[in-house]
Design a protein around this ligand. Structure first.
Ligand SMILES: [Ca+2]
Length: 167
């Protein structure tokens, strides 16, 4: 199919672009070529390069790692990437920080069959916490994107968005 050819070409180009091997469980000698599929997931460019967004900005006010995170207040960020089957995902998730338990974000995960799933994410107070997205991906689906819409009730920060595939 034409779409598959386009996607595999995009994957190949992304693999060439992202050579680094993230820390992954069981780093044995013959580890597969792990690849990060999310661009600028840590916002260390100091801006939102790689993301679509509204009412969002990179900030150095807080960060989970590095210097920057994304600041959201009734805004959103979204990124599409080359399709990755769930079976090929090593880790998929991000870190979030909020200042009120009444804060909410909506997490949306997009799939290659033009479906999506949304999750209501509650925030802990004044602590970075990991949102593990991998268990939220149904078996057999291919992930093509992620979006966060937040925060309602107060500002939220996000950092270290990452999807690591084992190819
Ligand atoms: Ca960061």
């Amino acid at each position: 199919m034409t779409d598959d050819k386009i996607l595999s070409e995009r994957t190949r180009r992304l693999q060439q672009k992202y050579k680094r091997k993230p820390e992954a469980p069981g780093t044995e000698t013959d580890e597969p070529p792990y690849s990060e599929r999310i661009t600028n997931g840590g916002f260390e460019t100091g801006d939102l390069t790689g993301w679509q967004y509204a009412q969002a900005s990179a900030t150095d006010q807080y960060s989970h790692s590095g210097t920057y995170s994304v600041f959201l207040y009734q805004g959103w960020i979204r990124q599409y990437f080359s399709s990755v089957p769930k079976s090929k995902i090593i880790t998929f998730g991000f870190w979030q920080y909020g200042q009120s338990s009444s804060n909410r974000s909506i997490l949306t995960i997009f799939f290659s069959d033009n479906t999506q799933e949304q999750f209501d994410i509650q925030h802990s107070v004044d602590v970075w916490e990991y949102v593990d997205c991998l268990p939220l991906v149904p078996d057999g689906k291919n992930v093509i994107g992620i979006s966060i819409n937040g925060g309602t009730g107060g500002p939220v920060w996000g950092d270290d968005f990452s999807l690591v595939a084992n190819y």
